[in-house]
Design a protein around this ligand. Structure first.
Ligand code: NAP
Length: 314
């Protein structure tokens, strides 16, 4: 029986962190295998990306991802589409399993991202990308002089509001309780901008309405059950993200929110296993920072392989 190939690097994920790592590793002739989920990454669900350097007229999110993938493939990166269902140690290597195959690798880059949480209310699916966004830093400029609502009461909701403040005509924050969860300093920044920010407490969205694009939202006060309707052109959801780390939780150190814990050089607790992008970052969550950490992970993986060769353990 032929001996099973041992990969130098397997990258798990299909977002910009994964493709950026793949570009660096394939250019270093390490022939990475990238296993991406059969569902779109966050950028592929976005419309125009205006803050990724190098594109003065912006670039569509799906196009940016496709370009990065083509760039990596040009240098020899191998792509497979499958759900990764297992991650194990295999002697001094690692075994990555999908529902169909098992792969052995010397290093792993985890870049499985974090999925924005959705409300699950009527109209949400219909208006995704048509007025509903989960990233104000990405999309705020598209809502210049428009009326928008932000849902949530955590630091992300405060950040989204601050990002929108520069552009939107009016921002209404809708929160399900009567106090914010966000840090005091973030709350203070938002609360002092009361010229165009309004807060509706104890309320939840029950439906997002519109025609071709978002035109409003129906809300309900959960203490009084009183229903009302707000006119708006944008709905920004900031009710948290869930890092996609379930399959790693037995072996990889995660923080209390489930994000992979990495050091300054992007190492996880396991030798030869690195993490890049939103799966290890709940603060910046930007395409460019994800690409940056993807590059860092690739350089560290390359160094790790060189070291294995130098000490005769390759
Ligand atoms: P979060 O702290 O979990 O806050 C989520 C907010 O959404 C909460 O106010 C929550 O309400 C609300 N929410 C959750 N599910 C909801 C639902 N189904 N319907 C309506 N509202 C819902 O999430 P986050 O703001 O994304 O922050 C995550 C972590 O990242 C935090 O540790 C935060 O400090 C950190 N973070 C830091 C920075 C920064 O340092 N600059 C920026 C962003 C995030 P309740 O309050 O009632 O639970």
């Amino acid at each position: 029986m032929p001996k099973k190939e041992i990969y130098d690097v397997i990258i798990i994920g299909s977002g910009i962190a994964a493709h950026s790592a793949a570009v660096y590793l394939s250019r270093a002739a390490l022939k990475p295998l990238i296993i991406g989920a059969p569902e779109p990454d966050q950028l592929s669900l976005t419309t125009v990306v205006e803050n990724y350097p190098g594109f003065p007229n912006g670039i569509m999110g799906p196009e940016l991802i496709e370009n990065c993938k083509k760039q990596a493939q040009k240098f020899g990166a191998e792509y497979k589409t499958a759900w990764v269902t297992s991650f194990k140690k295999s002697g001094k290597n690692y075994e990555v399993g999908t529902d169909k195959e098992r792969f052995v690798t010397r290093t792993v880059i985890i870049s499985t991202g974090a999925s924005a949480r959705w409300l699950g209310v009527k109209g949400e699916d219909k208006y995704k990308g048509k007025g509903i966004s989960t990233c104000a830093v990405c999309d705020a400029a598209l809502f210049r002089d428009k009326e928008v609502i932000v849902i949530g009461g955590g630091d992300s909701a405060m950040e989204e509001t601050l990002a929108l403040y520069k552009f939107a005509k009016k921002i209404t924050i809708i929160h399900r309780r009567d106090s914010f969860r966000a840090s005091k300093i973030m709350q203070a920044r938002v609360l002092k901008l009361n010229d165009k920010i309004k807060i509706i407490w104890d309320s939840e969205i029950v439906e997002i309405t519109g025609n071709k694009f978002v035109e409003g939202a129906k809300i309900k006060n959960i203490k009084t059950n009183k229903k009302s309707e707000i006119k708006c052109q944008g709905v920004f959801l900031a009710i948290g993200h869930t890092p996609n780390t379930k399959i790693f939780e037995k072996l990889i150190k995660l923080d209390k929110l489930g994000y992979v814990v990495t050091d300054k050089r992007i190492n996880t607790n396991l030798p030869g296993v690195f993490a890049a992008g939103d799966v290890q970052d709940f603060i910046y969550k930007q395409a460019v920072t994800s690409a940056g950490t993807g590059c860092m992970a690739a350089l560290e993986a390359e160094k790790y392989i060189e070291n294995l060769k130098a000490i005769g353990e390759y």
